[in-house]
Ligand binder design. Sequence first.
Ligand SMILES: O=C(O)CCC(=O)C(=O)O
Length: 303
Amino acid sequence: MNIDQVPAAHGSQGDAISSSLLEMPDEVVGQQVSASEASFFKEHGYLIKRGLLEKASLQPALDYIWQRAPSCVSRDDPSSYTHAHRLWERTTVNGEPGGDQNHWSGARGDNGIWQLLSSGPTGLGAEPFMLQLVPNSAEVQAVVAALIGSPVRPSRRTRGVYARFPTPPPYPPIQNGIHWDSCCHQLGAMVLLEDCPPTGGCFTLWPTSHHRLFPLFTTSQGNFPKDITNFSTLGPGGHMSSPTVKQALSDIAAKVQPVEFDGRAGDVCFWHHRLAHSASPNRLRESGRLMLVCDFQKDSSPS
Ligand SMILES: O=C(O)CCC(=O)C(=O)O
């Protein structure tokens, strides 16, 4: 089926529920995180703060990102988003398909989702102005400090800008992409830089899954499941292959209803580092998701 024949999608994505349909616990004026928000976070493993950053304040970041966008998408022509994946697949730089001079990399994941990332040491998101605008902003830092405690280690980088342009069907079950993250953070923050409507390529999480995954690791933040002895590799026999973690993920996928983080630019989803999550396809035409992926740790280095 051609993407041109696909009607605009509405409603829930698979059995994931839109976060905009869920009530978040009450905020209390003057408190960065209210007692009920803190309990919600502990129980469910995530907390969405709507409008934490002002949409207008994100404009310089958006301008900067779009100035460096790969040539297959044009900011002013949303119809270009629909075919971005095809154009990208045809692009060749230095003989490598999908390469780009502006440090974007495109990929179709194992779960069939096409995404575009600008991450890593040369990717977008580590510029001082970007750090100041998002992870090191007073608004974000205050919530992080309330959730993991002070002092928070100042961010020196982010994971980068994760863009999601439309992917044509078929759409595999969201459960196919469930995973945990192998990195040493205590708290993640997914920051919407542009509006992301339901089914528009939302970050998707499995509430409460951190309770099941957390005890399976040797340390609170490290990446080594207790049943794995070969820590030196990621691949077969390495720490990503833990049977207990794989079994837990499969149980979670079978039993827990996922939530997709849809929302407006400036909304932030804070999530526990052991929460199971996934990327989901963007089923909308002419809509692109731009999200900055940030990680936080409490600073326990000696002063
Ligand atoms: O892009 C997304 O929505 C999900 C990203 C993700 O799964 C990850 O960073 O591990």
